[in-house]
Design a protein around this ligand. Structure first.
Ligand code: SF4
Length: 485
């Protein structure tokens, strides 16, 4: 058992992130200590005072000859080097455990979800590697992506508002999914009421909003899971609002190929929409079956070709690296096929091993040990193949439980970045979400720190679709108050 005793601070969760990623074990927090169920018996102390942050090995890790403690001077909530103390504490524990466990992470001590924000605070890639232990290839990716993100943000008004509308239903549940999405076939009776509720929420809230709306993103789940008639009612209802006409960008996720029909694409085109996402995740049929997606690679190609022929000018396709049982060759082959189709955006996700998914803890651990090096091969192939094909990374985020602590990266070609993705993932613009489970947020640029860190407030919405339908008026009221305050 590894025990980490905290003294003078309560930054449990950043430290737990470091431990979980380095050991693969989910730590427990009890009585001011973090307990990690590993074979070795060891104790570490993480202390913080006004003047000093210090992490040291109290007992165990006997064979460790060097790096027994890490420390630095502090001034208030910053170190003398200017880092936030919470990040310094995490950094110290990371390097100490790296020495003790003879292990490193690709993103080093950057266990948070937005490494490009930290890249903004340092002057070069080398600093990212030296200060945080970020591997040089990831430091390069962070810097390239930061440039892409900055280009998008430069063209976006800081006070602009970005709208998300969520349809949290899918035709079947993918085995790796941890999202609140529910299987639509079991909920068919619910879908019309859900659409009515979302349209009602929009009707109630939108007239009360003053901010200029820049983008609209309709996501899920899978919005195209609605049948043709209901989908048309939904899209027409949304675009009956003047506020949604002439936006800089409108994106609709038509995620699963088995939900896409010519009539639904016509509905989108009639509403003036030219940007959609069709997400195969892999073009290997055996993997698609294994992960519970009821469509084939051929279904994806059919849907993609149809969308292209109907005038959708920006198509995003998502792939996932590290899907259960998929070889590096199969992933690379899928990516090559996708690149040959020339979509404007390609997003490469790293598989997230969330506990809420259908994968068991045993499967996750076994699968992690087996799959990590394959994952490395897949992601480095993706970066090389995409950049050689003229794509550039433009947004990047990490999820908490991603295999190996790897990242998700959006690549774009020819200035086709999705503004919403950058605004939303970077916590740089305010977002108003409609629908069950959506998170609205307000970003306050006036309160930005010297390092450019903005203040963000969040407002959640009920996740359960039935409760959302029953409480839509109070949800609308909550969002109106949130944006008025
Ligand atoms: S399509 Fe996406 S949201 Fe739906 S079940 Fe699969 S992973 Fe989850």
């Amino acid at each position: 058992m590894l025990t980490i005793r905290l003294q003078g601070h309560e930054h449990f969760y950043p430290l737990c992130d470091v431990v979980r990623l380095l050991t693969g074990v989910i730590p427990k927090v009890e009585d001011g200590e973090i307990h990690v169920d590993i074979e070795e018996t060891a104790g570490i102390v993480s202390c913080l005072s006004d003047r000093k942050a210090m992490t040291y090995i109290e007992d165990g890790f006997a064979e460790l000859k060097e790096g027994r403690s890490r420390e630095c001077d502090c001034e208030g909530d910053r170190t003398s080097e200017g880092l936030p103390v919470s990040r310094e504490i995490k950094r110290q524990l990371y390097f100490l455990l790296c020495d003790a466990l003879a292990k490193e992470l690709p993103w080093g001590a950057l266990t948070g979800i937005r490494p490009t924000q930290v890249a903004r605070e340092v002057s070069c890639e080398e600093d990212l590697s030296q200060i945080y232990g970020v591997r040089p290839d990831k430091a390069k990716l962070a810097f390239l992506t930061k440039v892409g993100e900055d280009e998008v943000l430069k063209e976006s008004e800081p006070d602009s508002l970005h709208i998300y509308i969520g349809i949290p239903f899918c035709p079947s549940r993918c085995s790796y999914c941890s999202f609140v999405a529910q299987e639509a076939p079991r909920k068919t009776g619910l879908l019309p009421s859900y659409v009515d509720a979302v349209l009602k929420e929009i009707d109630l809230v939108l007239p009360k909003i003053d901010q200029k709306i820049e983008t609209l993103y309709i996501g899920g789940g899978t919005p195209t899971v609605l049948d043709e008639e209901l989908f048309e009612k939904f899209i027409n209802g949304v675009f009956s609002h003047d506020a949604f006409r002439n936006l800089r960008e409108v994106t609709v996720e038509a995620g699963r190929a088995d939900t896409i029909t010519e009539k639904k694409l016509q509905t989108l085109r009639k509403a003036g929409i030219t940007r959609i996402c069709i997400n195969p995740q892999t073009l290997c049929d055996a993997t698609l079956t294994r992960i519970g997606r009821h469509h084939s690679a051929a279904d994806f190609i059919r849907a993609y070709t149809m969308a292209r022929s109907m005038g959708f000018s920006v198509i995003n396709t998502d792939l996932i690296a590290g899907l259960p049982g998929e070889s590096a060759e199969e992933f690379c082959d899928s990516l090559k096929q996708i690149i040959d189709l020339e979509p404007e955006n390609i997003t490469v996700h790293s598989l997230s091993k969330k506990r809420r998914s259908d994968l068991s803890r045993e499967e996750i651990v076994k699968f992690e040990a087996e799959e990590l090096s394959k994952m490395e091969t897949m992601l480095s192939f993706a970066f090389s193949a995409l950049t050689e094909a003229g794509y550039a990374p433009y947004y990047l985020y990490k999820q908490k439980d991603t295999l190996g602590g790897h990242e998700n990266v959006g690549y774009q070609k020819g200035d086709t970045s999705c503004i919403y993705n950058v605004a939303m993932m970077g916590d740089q613009r305010s977002v108003l979400s409609f629908g069950a489970g959506g998170m609205s947020k307000r970003v306050f640029h006036d309160d930005a720190s010297d390092a450019g860190q903005v203040r963000v407030e969040r407002c959640s919405c009920i996740k359960d679709a039935i409760q959302y339908i029953q409480n839509v008026e109070s949800m609308a009221g909550k969002k109106i108050s949130f944006f008025e305050s």
